[in-house]
Design a protein around this ligand. Structure first.
Ligand code: 5AD
Ligand code: SF4
Length: 472
């Protein structure tokens, strides 16, 4: 299987409903089942949805056959993502035939994009709820129970779900995701997100700090601050008028405890500031890893994409990151075959990848999305087989770069946060270093357990993993 296919599958990995909630009150007998698709933000939203349903009395189940309510939290980013969800909905329709009382709800980006189309034209679902309307879900379920089709796809300029304490679904108890902002104002020409997730808004910093403190007290050791564009985080306290930017927020979270790691995602290259980089450098527990999507290495294509930077500007940013933090890992998102992309543009992308020496990349073939600037302005004129070939070249270069980066780590001592047993053997631990690299090593010290930090000397590597031995 192509690496890129694996990545797409990973991206679309199914979430599961968590166990152990007993419903109370109005909906005590009802159980929901939820699956999540797409980005981390969606998985984080599902934890908010679970909390809202729990508060209104629903129980939950991991077994779809036991559910009274099936929820799909969906992604619209590429056509393939939507196809996967449609297929799943058809499967659920079959279950519904056997159990007519069963309700099916579609949430998230695809709900927002297609609105009531899924209800009316295709009769695939009973409930449609956009990303800013989750608070109304219990009411919509009641409506649907009476046989009315229930829809709320209103986008909001304020909603951040700040006061809702997410229920940690499928958590390993060590890493948690904390949403700090929602929406996106960037209008990249290829992207559907500004239409499905609305305008950018930041969550108040006190609620973020409290959520992170609470996670640490409950034993979590790593928080990832999430947003479509975290570097444009900006919160002004309505009482004191005191403003908090992303660098300040990062510092406040890092100060909770030196034993809790802090990560963040995603950064737009135009928005990540010198102040953020200096803050990262100042705190050992802020991980030295930046996801800095380039999308294309050609200035002409970047302009068409409305990315607002040139190839040179991007490379200068990468250089500055490495000057300030020579050990900082950088990853990227890359799109192959955007409208009008020619061979030279593609070579420019490969060249930027080589210069930036990405540790990882998420790589995609361009998929035209209805309603986006690109769909309105440009023809999707790169043939599918050319997109595929370019994507394969991008993937194979990335594989080489990842391996080279790992080879350079042999002989180094790295600090690893242990997450659990390695995939291959329960005699070995698996964890990650600050750069987000997977590190596997023998369990030679029986006092260690998941959630502990360990120093490991790297002795060998594969393209995706550092192998090492514990050092005292
Ligand atoms: N086609 C292909 N890839 C896309 N992405 C966003 N929109 C599209 C699209 N229409 C990619 C970008 C983005 C990542 C989350 O998904 O690389 O950074
Ligand atoms: Fe996440 Fe974007 Fe997919 Fe929406 S469209 S779920 S924001 S990846």
């Amino acid at each position: 299987m192509l690496e890129v296919e694996q990545k797409v599958i990973d991206e679309l990995r199914q979430g599961e409903a968590y166990e152990g909630i007993q419903g109370e009150g109005l909906h005590a007998e009802k159980r929901f089942y939820i699956e999540s698709y797409g980005c981390q933000m969606n998985f984080s939203d599902s934890e908010i949805i679970a909390s809202i349903l729990q508060t209104s009395g629903f129980g939950s189940t991991r077994n779809v056959d036991q559910a009274d309510l099936i929820l799909l939290n969906t992604c619209s980013i590429r056509e393939k993502a939507e196809q996967t969800i449609r297929k799943r909905l058809t499967e659920f329709k079959k279950i519904k035939k056997q159990n007519p009382g069963l309700l099916i709800g579609i949430l998230g980006c695809m709900a927002e994009r297609l609105k009531s189309k899924l209800l009316e034209e295709e009769k695939l679902v009973d409930i449609v709820v956009g990303p800013d309307a989750y608070r109304t879900l219990p009411g919509l379920i009641e409506e649907a129970e009476t046989g009315t089709k229930a829809v709320n796809v209103l986008l909001s300029r304020e909603e951040t779900y700040a006061d809702i304490s997410p229920v940690r679904i499928n958590s390993n108890g060590i890493n948690a995701f904390v949403s700090i902002m929602r929406g996106c104002n960037n209008m990249c020409a290829f992207c559907v997100v500004p239409f499905t997730r609305g305008r950018e808004r930041s969550r108040d910093n006190i609620s973020i700090i409290n959520e992170c403190k609470d996670l640490f007290q409950r034993g979590f050791k790593e928080v990832t601050l999430l947003g479509q564009n975290v570097d444009s985080y900006y919160w002004v306290d309505p009482i004191t008028n005191h403003a908090v930017d992303f660098a300040m927020l990062l510092e406040q979270v890092a100060l909770i405890s030196p034993n809790m790691r802090v990560r963040f995602s995603t950064s737009h290259p135009k928005d990540i500031t010198e102040k953020v980089l200096q803050t990262m450098k100042s705190y050992h527990n802020i991980c030295k890893y930046i996801h800095l999507p380039v999308q294309s290495g050609s200035t002409r294509i970047l302009q068409l994409m409305n990315r607002t930077y040139t190839r040179e500007w991007y490379l200068a940013k990468v250089k500055r990151i490495k000057e300030i933090m020579p050990d900082c890992a950088i990853s990227s998102d890359i799109i192959a075959g955007f409208c009008t992309e020619d061979d030279q543009d593609h070579l420019d992308t490969l060249d930027v990848m080589r210069i930036s020496m990405y540790e990882y990349s998420y790589m995609f073939a361009y998929s035209e999305r209805p309603g986006t600037l690109a769909a309105k302005r440009y023809k999707d004129d790169v043939p599918e087989e050319v997109k595929k070939k370019r994507l394969e070249e991008i993937v194979s270069l990335q594989n080489k770069l990842s391996f080279e980066s790992n080879l350079k780590d042999i002989g180094k001592k790295v600090e690893v946060l242990i997450e659990g047993d390695s995939k291959k053997s329960n005699l070995q631990w698996m964890g990650r270093n600050s750069q987000y690299k997977v590190v596997v090593f023998d369990k030679s010290d029986s006092s260690l357990q998941p959630g502990d930090y360990a120093w490991v000397e790297v002795t060998d590597c594969t393209q995706g993993t550092l192998l090492g031995k514990l050092v005292s």
